[in-house]
Design a protein around this ligand. Structure first.
Ligand code: FE2
Ligand code: FE2
Length: 276
């Protein structure tokens, strides 16, 4: 490439956000403890989880030669760093309502330090691919399921989650393409998906019970019923709907862009007033 050749732009932008959740209510999702805590639960995973994704991709960035992928890696790091920052702000807001997400964040930090100690660079990248598939498919569903997003009864938290959901789809192939570019193979990819699945559901189950117990809502059966129906209903449960895309990850020829989400992302960028 000549010195004057134009370097490609990243395929997606890094948006600077600065949310203020000072006036957000405690039960901001459907006015419901279980579902609000389910989202809190996910939020507690992000500050250190997304740092782990960034570190995993950054560790191999110098081995990438494709100029487009190099640009996209930089934008991926920018987006995930911004998500970590804004979810840390969210977790601060929760603390004002006596919801201690900081403690849960630190448990994730310890868990990921342990994972880092006993894994290779390539295995960590495969774990990142697996968890990015989780976040991308959850995010896609959040963008599709207006019956759920319309239950978010706080405009700032609505913006936070839908902004994050758009960006998870914009950058969903970056870790995967990086993994393939450094010669990552099928066996490591799917074995790390199995491990990630166990860790992910083990952690969110543990944290969900913890959050409900600390909030004095552990025996709120009505809220459990509503929450479990929303997540696990055979017809349209939020988690049930993830089963098919989850299983597709085990296909040898899988690629995150098999799930075409560009029109959905565009629709939501317009709705949230992003000009790119
Ligand atoms: Fe993210
Ligand atoms: Fe991501």
């Amino acid at each position: 490439m000549s010195a004057h050749a134009k370097l490609p732009a990243a395929s997606f932008p890094v948006r600077r956000m600065d949310f203020n959740f000072a006036d957000s209510p405690k039960y901001w999702f459907a006015n419901d403890p279980f579902l609000s805590h389910y989202m809190n639960n996910l939020s507690s995973l992000f500050p250190y989880g997304e740092k782990f994704f960034v570190d995993s991709v950054r560790a191999v960035r110098d081995h990438i030669t494709d100029p487009q992928l190099k640009k996209d890696i930089s934008a991926f790091i920018g987006q995930e760093a911004m998500h970590s920052k804004e979810h840390a702000a969210y977790n601060e807001y929760a603390a004002k309502h006596n919801i201690d997400l900081h403690r849960l964040e630190l448990r994730i930090k310890v868990l990921l330090e342990w994972v880092t100690r006993f894994s290779t660079v390539k295995q960590r990248l495969a774990i990142t691919c697996a968890l990015e598939h989780f976040t991308a498919t959850m995010a896609e569903q959040m963008l599709q399921r207006e019956d759920l997003s319309c239950q978010m009864n706080d405009p700032r938290l609505y913006q936070l989650w839908l902004w994050h959901a758009i960006e998870e789809n914009e950058h969903k192939a970056v870790a995967y393409d990086t993994y393939q570019a450094v010669g990552g193979g099928y066996f490591t990819r799917v074995s790390m998906m199995l491990l990630s699945t166990l860790l992910f559901f083990g952690v969110i189950g543990w944290f969900q019970v913890h959050l409900l117990r600390k909030d004095g809502q552990l025996f709120n059966w009505r809220s459990w019923g509503k929450g479990l129906k929303t997540l696990l209903s055979p017809r349209n449960g939020f988690l049930t709907q993830l089963l098919r895309p989850y299983l597709s990850y085990y296909r040898p020829g899988f690629h995150p862009n098999d799930y075409v989400t560009k029109p959905l992302e565009q629709r939501w960028r317009e709705r949230l007033g992003f000009n790119n």
